[in-house]
Design a binder for this molecule. Structure first.
Ligand code: ACO
Length: 504
């Protein structure tokens, strides 16, 4: 029983979690996202031990990309036979499940509703396999007339697009190279840290019944390129990047404490959102001041630490978003956590699987289960875009002692720390100093080309291509014992008008 003085109808509580993983033997029997959503919600209701779905007044559906529907949130509500006052299908963003959970809790704290649900699903494995095999899926017809949702790539400069550094798999390596150089690591040391960290995620995934890849890997197995574990973009191999080729659905049901008790939800099921924070970086990553930290991430993590007395070690369970190693590597430094602290309760976007925007729905489910079985405080940290959108949420086994805050933005704090942003130019000559870099690989293991992010002699920022034929510069960039970040080379303009960068 709570000793809180807050009225029980204004205390939000998570009462039920549900997940489904679909591995069809026959591809045509694969479940479509709407069905996965419906099933996950039913499982969340069953988990709560109460009949709540018919009373949902707030329903948030995480954006999904594996299939397209017209108004999927309305179709889902129709399938469930409900008409929630708040019915929302959101934009792309890996942080969005945490935002929706937080907002649903805030809605309950405002007294706007007493039963809310958040859900997400993807069926990318089935969709990809069906497309590759030419199998027509017996799903709700694909809504060709609905516009494709805007992803991070839509916000990048033409030069970034032309050089291929406009997708997560090629942009995050830029952060990887800049952060590790800033931390004084050689590339070998940085890779070792990534491998050991990812190996921890794999161990947790191996024990999570809902994971896609239930197998442990050593750090070396993760970071060593092989035919089965090809290089994607230096220094990331396939086993170091998110795996979107999965079929999964996840859902959580929240109620007010008063409603949970009235409905007979067992006390030991209740997990309380305590509060959280959010902030963003500019969507165009080339207009950020630097790549050695994210001011938005730092502000969000400091704010969630403040909620628990300013110490990251107060969290008994943690989920640090893990689309690529640089994200939890940055986050755990800000939280003051060493390699001894397990950064996940789920298993990570590589091994658990990365159902695009909805991985954190599954993490929230895993966190609720974890806190129910022991531990007092849990941190959920979700991230979206290219280190762009950040949201942290603290969950607790004990009832809150303060009303859930309505303002979560720590944007002003993030912006206050931002230093001057260099002008971007697509035209430059002379010397260029490396700020960050990657080397992009083809599916057959060959280098496509390298890309350096550069500072010009007059302090502007640009990008330089390294053609696959420039083996000397590529070897210089991929030296395991000496980072090229901070060193200088020559910028030249190639025959096609694109800037190139050469060592020397
Ligand atoms: C904020 C954010 O979250 S940003 C992150 C956004 N997400 C991404 O950027 C996803 C990045 N990853 C990818 O695009 C893909 O994993 C790729 C391109 C690297 C590889 O995908 P594909 O070329 O389709 O893989 P490929 O055809 O070689 O193999 C498919 C098999 O490998 C598995 N697989 C695909 N990617 C991965 C991965 N990263 N790790 C482990 N297994 C994987 C699939 O599940 C599938 O397995 P199955 O045959 O048992 O069903």
């Amino acid at each position: 029983m709570t000793t809180s003085h807050i009225p029980e109808d204004r205390i939000p509580v998570i009462v039920g979690v549900g997940e489904i993983v679909d591995r069809p033997k026959d591809i045509a029997a694969g479940l479509e996202p709407l069905t996965l959503l419906e099933e996950a919600l039913k499982r969340a209701e069953a988990d709560s031990g109460a009949r709540l779905l018919s009373e949902v007044q707030s329903l948030d559906v995480v954006n999904f990309l594996s299939w397209r529907y017209r108004d999927p949130e309305k179709q889902l509500a129709q399938r469930l036979g409900i008409a929630p006052a708040h019915l929302y299908y959101g934009p792309v963003g890996g942080e969005s499940p945490i935002r929706y959970l937080h907002e649903a809790a805030q809605r309950i704290a405002r007294g706007e509703c007493s039963v809310a649900a958040v859900c997400g699903a993807e069926a990318q494995s089935t969709a990809t396999k069906a497309q590759r095999a030419g199998v027509e899926l017996p799903w709700t017809p694909f809504a060709h007339d609905v516009e494709e949702p805007k992803r991070g790539a839509a916000f990048q400069k033409p030069m970034a697009v032309a050089l291929g550094v406009f997708r997560p798999i090629t942009v995050y390596p830029l952060y990887e190279s800049a952060t590790s150089a800033h931390w004084g690591q050689t590339p070998r040391e940085a890779l070792k840290e990534s491998g050991e960290l990812w190996s921890t995620y794999a161990r947790v995934a191996a024990d999570n019944p809902n994971s896609w890849l239930k197998k442990t890997f050593t750090g070396d197995e993760i970071t060593t390129a092989t035919p089965d574990n090809r290089m994607i973009a230096w220094p990331y191999t396939k086993l170091m990047v998110a795996n979107p080729t999965v079929n999964m659905g996840g859902a959580l049901i929240l109620t007010s404490l008063a409603k949970a008790r009235a409905a007979g939800v067992p006390e030991e099921k209740l997990i309380y959102p305590l509060g959280g924070a959010s902030a963003e970086e500019p969507r165009d990553y080339l207009i950020r001041d630097q790549f050695v930290e994210s001011h938005a991430q730092t502000a969000v993590l400091k704010a969630v630490m403040d909620l628990v007395g300013g110490d990251g070690r107060k969290f008994d369970a943690i989920e640090l978003y893990s689309c690529f190693p640089c994200v939890p590597k940055m986050a755990r430094r800000t939280l003051g956590l060493g390699p001894d602290v397990q950064p996940t309760v789920t298993g990570g976007l590589t091994f658990f699987g990365a159902p695009l925007n909805t991985y954190m729905t599954h993490s929230a489910c895993a966190m609720v289960r974890k806190l129910r079985s022991g531990g007092a405080l849990g941190l959920l940290y979700g991230q979206g875009g290219f280190v762009t959108k950040h949201h942290g949420l603290v969950l607790s086994r004990a009832a809150p002692q303060a009303v859930l805050k309505q303002d979560t933005s720590v944007q002003a704090e993030a912006d206050r720390n931002r230093r001057n942003v260099p002008d971007f130019t697509a035209e430059a000559v002379g010397k260029g100093q490396v700020e960050a870099f990657t080397v992009i690989y083809r599916a057959n293991g060959e280098v496509e080309h390298g890309v350096t992010m550069l500072r010009t002699e007059d302090g502007r920022r640009t990008l330089g291509r390294i053609p696959a034929s420039d083996t000397a510069t590529l070897a210089y960039l991929q030296d395991m014992d000496r980072t090229p970040v901070g060193t200088t080379g020559n910028i030249v303009t190639a025959g096609d008008g694109m800037l190139e960068w050469r060592v020397g």
